[in-house]
Design a protein around this ligand. Structure first.
Ligand SMILES: [Zn+2]
Length: 272
């Protein structure tokens, strides 16, 4: 077989000043490392900013928040989604054509993508997680219904402004799961294959994932606890009693939005 002759490259130098004929993987790697190190040393420092959605937060609450997120039994991906929210580092989708840096600097996140359901409105961490009438608001309403069903606790009315519920770690955990489910739903919706999904389909997708997460965490955690004192500790952490039942573990749920109303019971059998 005849192959074309190799071009003569002996005069080409790469990676600083290495003739290409003498280039080795090790030399290329060490060149890239040196350059990366130089770039990083000269790059401006960019410390993490506090998200603007927490105007009322103070340092003591911040510390507790980090302690909670580090110690709660959340799956890593749920923890990471919430951590990104709290650091204003949650990617919500492609940026809108109108997003400009000056406006973005005033908003509660770095760039403004568009909400897939409200194409004329800039999205934000607040719109995405609480305000969007198609996905977030009904999902949050469902969370409130769940909490009502599970507990008699009243959630701190300041919750929305600081996302810290004090001793009610169960609420924090449920919110973290819903937040992650909303985010997974958003990423699902951004996939072109599902872009035509109706809002109710997305909402049910989000709520199904939320239920799976909360149920899975509670069951996995309590399932290892045969010690009643440990279960009492969970209750002190504000976990609803129904999450802490060992044995007959059954977490009750309110009906899903849009669920068909149950058929009326058949009429009683009448004897002839
Ligand atoms: Zn929206």
């Amino acid at each position: 077989m005849l192959l074309p002759a190799m071009p003569d490259c002996k005069d080409i130098v790469v990676c600083g000043n290495v003739p290409i004929a003498k280039l080795t993987v090790k030399a290329a790697y060490s060149f890239l490392l040196r350059r990366d190190f130089a770039d990083r040393r000269s790059a401006p420092r960019s410390p993490l900013k506090l998200p603007r959605i927490f105007p009322l937060i103070n340092n003591a609450q911040l510390t507790k928040r980090w302690q909670w997120i580090a110690s709660s039994p959340l799956p890593a991906k749920v923890r990471q989604t919430l951590w990104r929210r709290w650091h204003n580092r949650l990617w919500l989708g492609p940026e809108s054509a109108t997003a400009d840096d000056a406006a973005a600097a005033q908003a509660d996140q770095a760039k403004a993508p568009l909400c897939p359901y409200h194409p004329h409105q800039d999205d934000s961490l607040t719109h995405f997680a609480y305000m969007c009438a198609e996905a977030a608001a009904p999902a949050q309403a469902y969370l409130a219904q769940c909490w009502q069903l599970w507990t008699d606790y009243a959630v701190d009315p300041l919750w929305l402004t600081k996302e810290w519920a004090g001793k009610q770690a169960g609420w924090m955990l449920a919110f973290a799961c819903l937040h992650h489910a909303l985010y997974a739903g958003r990423m699902h919706r951004l996939d072109a294959r599902f872009a035509r999904d109706r809002p109710i389909s997305l909402l049910l997708y989000v709520l199904a994932l939320f239920r799976k997460l909360v149920h899975g965490i509670a069951q996995a955690t309590v399932g290892h606890l045969t010690d009643a004192r440990l279960r009492d500790r969970l209750k002190k952490l504000g976990w609803p009693d129904s999450w802490c039942e060992v044995g007959a573990f059954a977490m009750p749920w309110p009906p899903l939005p849009g669920a068909a109303t149950p058929a009326p019971p058949p009429p009683p059998h009448s004897a002839n």
